[in-house]
Design a protein around this ligand. Structure first.
Ligand code: PMP
Length: 461
């Protein structure tokens, strides 16, 4: 591992409060805590903070470091590309080799008619691209009335104006006057939270039927696309019941509506296939990708687009007046290509599907299934959630809900495990290189944290 610089952590924490505004944060809390926790280095599935604590990274950074930390191959390819050509744009009928090669590679992984790839820098930007591309497509196709997007409550599609509007997080919409017009949100397929007393498959059918009802309410001729994450990540690792996605796909086809799969978290092996839509056996028209595309080593995202859509744009002769300075950044693209090669060489997708994913499910069930504070454990590939409840056998929450999760999360972090609390679910999405021993540690730490939190949780009621 590289020699870690000798940082003055107290001074950095002071500067953090004085000048740095971190993402998606309470700046009061940042100040009250005397600054952020500072992560200085990492290797494999473990990150280290400025105080020297080793922390097992149950979140792969932010659902993204799929190949794990400390990959010299990615450093080398970035350095080489920076020397050869650090930047050139793709605006004026120019391109550089890495994004062309990466587009071909990603298209081959997407399969089917998803033959084309547009590059951006983040998942949010990819979904902004989706927004403009879809509306442009319908306008050029001669159906300009088709502008409405249908999405789900509690979906996460990003933080920019369009992507946060596509998302269904009410607490995000409050800030900035969102959502922008033309976006309809319908119920999410969250069985544990919203369908607990129903048969899961029937509940999934009801959730899919809500999409059709909304299409009919606004007029099918006005609907452009449906967008969804195969498994909702930031919403709380919501794995839809069997049959849900098939029904959603059938509804989209019935009304000629484009199907957009937001694979920012699910893509690049997370569910044990290259893409989540492949796991669920559906065929989207557009796919958003980011995070695992480069394992987070550099910012890059991609929007996969079907041949039919590109043919309409080509036939029109119009320019698609959209793109970013760093669309197809050569260094980021070179790193992403190498990252995909690592995943292939080490069979990380197959390993997730056949080995580590099933092992995580087994250990979660064995260690936490019967825990008195746990209402449900669920996982698919290497993404999972543990629902904390006040009463075993129900989905009743402690207090008014939302207080238990952060308590247990903090107890996990104090025990050397980074996980996230989403309301009262502890969620995990570790690097795809995680070992069995580390999975034991991950789940064992959650069990310990639950035990240690029991009294505090009981006090909430
Ligand atoms: N879509 C999904 C499904 C996501 O999970 C995220 C990020 N968590 C985004 C889009 C936005 O990606 P970014 O933060 O890179 O803008």
């Amino acid at each position: 591992m590289v020699t870690v610089r000798n940082y003055d952590i107290p001074a950095l924490r002071k500067l953090d409060v004085a000048h740095h505004l971190p993402a998606q944060s309470s700046y009061k809390l940042q100040q009250d805590m005397g600054g952020s926790r500072i992560i200085t280095h990492a290797k494999g599935s473990t990150v280290y903070d400025g105080e020297g604590h080793a922390i097992l990274d149950g979140m792969a950074g932010l659902w993204c470091v799929n190949v794990g930390y400390g990959r010299k191959e990615l450093v080398d390819v970035a350095a080489r590309q920076m020397e050869e050509l650090p930047f050139y744009n793709t605006f004026f009928r120019t391109a550089t080799p890495p994004p062309i090669e990466l587009a071909a590679k990603v298209a081959s992984l997407l399969g089917g008619n998803l033959n084309h790839v547009f590059f951006n820098n983040s998942g949010s930007e990819s979904n902004d691209t989706v927004f403009r591309l879809v509306r442009t497509y319908w306008a050029l196709k001669g159906e300009p009335k088709r502008t409405i997007f249908i999405s789900r409550h509690n979906a996460y599609h990003g933080s920019t104006v369009a992507s946060a509007s596509l998302g269904g997080m009410d607490f995000m919409h409050v800030q900035g006057g969102l959502p922008i017009p033309g976006i309809e949100h319908v119920m999410q397929p969250y069985w544990f939270g919203d369908g607990f007393n129903e048969d899961p498959v029937a509940f999934g059918e009801r959730a899919a039927a809500a999409i059709e009802e909304r299409i009919l309410a606004v007029g099918p001729e006005n609907v452009a696309a449906f967008i969804g994450e195969p498994v909702q990540g930031a919403g709380g690792v919501i794995i839809p019941p069997p049959g849900y996605w098939q029904k959603v796909e059938a509804i989209c086809r019935k009304y000629g509506i484009l199907l957009v799969s937001d694979e920012v978290i699910c893509g690049f092996g997370r569910l044990g296939e290259w893409f989540g839509f492949q796991h669920f056996g559906i065929k989207p028209d557009i796919v958003s990708m980011a995070k695992g595309l480069s394992s987070g080593y550099l910012p890059i995202s991609a929007t996969g687009v079907s041949s039919e859509i590109v043919e309409v744009l080509r036939a029109s002769g119009e320019e698609f007046v959209h793109g970013y300075t760093y669309s197809g950044h050569p260094v980021a693209a070179a790193v992403a290509l190498r990252n995909i090669q690592i995943m292939e060489d080490e069979h990380l997708v197959e390993r997730t599907r056949e080995d580590t994913g099933p092992y995580l499910a087994k250990v979660l069930a064995e260690r936490l299934g019967d825990h008195p504070l746990v209402g449900e454990v669920r996982s698919l590939g290497l993404i999972g959630a543990v629902e904390i409840v006040a009463e075993k056998g129900t989905n009743r929450r402690h207090g008014t809900g939302g207080q238990a999760g952060p308590i247990v999360r903090d107890a996990c972090i104090a025990r050397g495990l980074m996980v996230r609390a989403i309301r009262d679910a502890i969620v995990m999405s570790p690097p795809l290189v995680i070992t069995h021993a580390e999975i034991d540690q991950l789940v064992g730490t959650i069990a310990d944290a639950l035990d240690a939190s029991a009294e505090q949780l009981a006090a909430i009621g």
